[in-house]
Write a protein that binds this ligand. Structure first.
Ligand code: NAD
Ligand code: ADE
Length: 409
């Protein structure tokens, strides 16, 4: 019996009003009755609530972690012991165990898949093709996973419809921005216990995550420089009041560097060679290739564990850099993931998109689909209700005005 994990689950549930309201309906209507659902997500408390919600809706669930470092072992234990959920996850597993766990959740021969980052869906299209026969569709949680799905669609290999949960407004506008903004700082502070105020902070990428991180770093007193490859985003960062530069220039003065791009080698080994002595490097993008950790491990003269989650690499020119959690996403590997209220909205989208797939998969093709606007609005309305916030409604006169081209003023 895991008390700590149970407390975390109870706390999460208490602060997830949107999922709770959906759960009430799912318990009655059982939209997933008898449906086998394989999930690969960051296995921590909020994810536990989603998995239980899908089971309350009648689904047979098998859950694995989508990252070797992001599991909360106390929650895994509670889900197994207290709820008898089929969970395959442990913090700190090696690559082989990671894939063994992902393969295990496919043994149930899923009808629905819920993925975060695309590794589970990739297996269903490669080594585990034989387990894809009954899949009616699935959901993808994050930007990087959607990029991979679009490439599969473009290559004509995607075998079933997939919802792009990431781009639902009630997901990325809050999760990627405010969620990653807050939880990245949480992961950085937890793993280093260092001050942000007065430090030079470089944020690579000014997409939804980067914007959130840059604004929160500034809020903590950091002097923030953004790096980008997209000219429009670079102008946006500049107009938002940030310095904009290249990584190779900015890193020379940086005390802290955070990547959030979905791109590989954003901090290259050459960048590290010119970095300010002792710069702390971390990543919030999905994969651990945004910082060239592999090359760093091969080329560094020495490596020393300087905190539980921080390694110091001495380079061949005598310079040193500190890397948090081996460059794995810092908010989950060294933090607790996004705030609960954020995941409440993201996972509400997951649950309703999965319900939609069950009802409508017969009319859907093997493509990447945007989540229907009604689902976004439903989640927003439940969220507003939970906050006790009411909206104005257009009067019939206003509706008529909106639809008319004759009326002037
Ligand atoms: P996005 O597409 O909105 O933004 C990415 C930005 O990075 C773009 O503006 C792009 O131009 C820029 N970029 C690409 N290559 C670059 C480079 N070499 N240097 C500088 N900038 C570069 O994506 P997003 O939603 O912000 O997601 C970013 C990453 O974070 C993805 O991998 C996503 O899956 C992940 N993500 C992580 C979490 C988390 O909890 N840590 C949450 C959501 C998304
Ligand atoms: N917790 C569970 N899933 C998460 C995600 N995709 N991002 C941040 N925190 C999470």
């Amino acid at each position: 019996m895991s008390n700590e994990g149970q407390l975390r689950l109870d706390w999460a549930r208490e602060h997830m009003p949107v999922c709770s309201m959906i759960s009430e309906r799912f318990r009655k209507e059982k939209p997933f009755s008898g449906i086998r659902i394989s999930m690969a997500l960051h296995v921590e408390a909020k994810t536990g609530i989603l998995a239980l919600l899908m089971r309350e809706g009648g689904g047979e669930i098998s859950l694995a972690s989508c990252n070797p470092l992001s599991s909360d072992d106390s929650v895994v234990e509670a889900l197994r012991d207290n709820y008898h959920l089929d969970v395959h996850a442990k913090k700190g597993i090696d690559e082989e165990t990671y894939y063994r766990y992902l393969n295990s959740v496919l043994d149930i021969k899923p009808q629905l898949v819920v993925d975060d980052g695309g590794d589970l869906v990739k297996l269903l299209h490669t080594t585990r093709e034989e387990s894809s026969g009954e899949v009616i569709g699935g959901n993808e949680e994050t930007t990087t996973g959607v990029v991979r799905l679009r490439a599969m669609e473009r290559d004509g290999v995607l075998k079933f419809p997939m919802f792009n949960v990431n781009d639902a407004n009630m997901k990325h506008l809050f999760d990627n921005r405010y969620g990653t903004g807050q939880s990245t700082l949480d992961g950085f502070m937890h793993s280093t216990n260092l001050l942000i105020a007065g430090k030079n902070v470089v944020v690579a990428g000014y997409g939804y995550c980067g914007r959130g991180i840059a604004s929160r770093m500034r809020g903590m007193g950091g002097i923030v420089t953004v790096t980008e490859i997209d000219p429009v985003k670079a102008v946006e960062a500049r107009m938002d009041g940030f310095n904009v530069s290249t990584m190779n220039r900015a890193i020379r003065e940086a005390d802290i560097v955070v990547t959030a791009t979905g791109m590989k080698n954003v901090i290259s080994y050459d960048d590290m060679l010119v970095a300010k002595e002792g710069a702390v490097l971390c990543n919030s993008g999905h994969f651990n290739n945004e910082i060239a950790v592999g090359e760093l491990q091969r080329k560094a003269m020495s490596v020393k564990q300087v905190r539980n989650e921080v390694k110091r690499y001495r380079l061949d020119n005598g310079n040193s850099v500190d890397v948090i959690s081996d460059g794995r996403l810092v908010n989950l590997a060294s933090g607790q993931g996004h705030p609960v209220e954020i995941m409440d909205m993201s996972f509400a989208i997951q649950a309703l998109a999965a319900e939609y797939l069950v009802k409508h998969h017969g009319d859907m093709e093997s493509k990447v689909y945007e989540v229907p606007r009604e689902i976004d609005n439903e989640v927003a309305m439940i969220k507003l209700r939970s906050l006790g916030i009411k909206l104005d409604n257009l009067s019939s006169e206003q509706l008529e005005y909106m639809n008319s081209w004759k009326e002037g003023t």
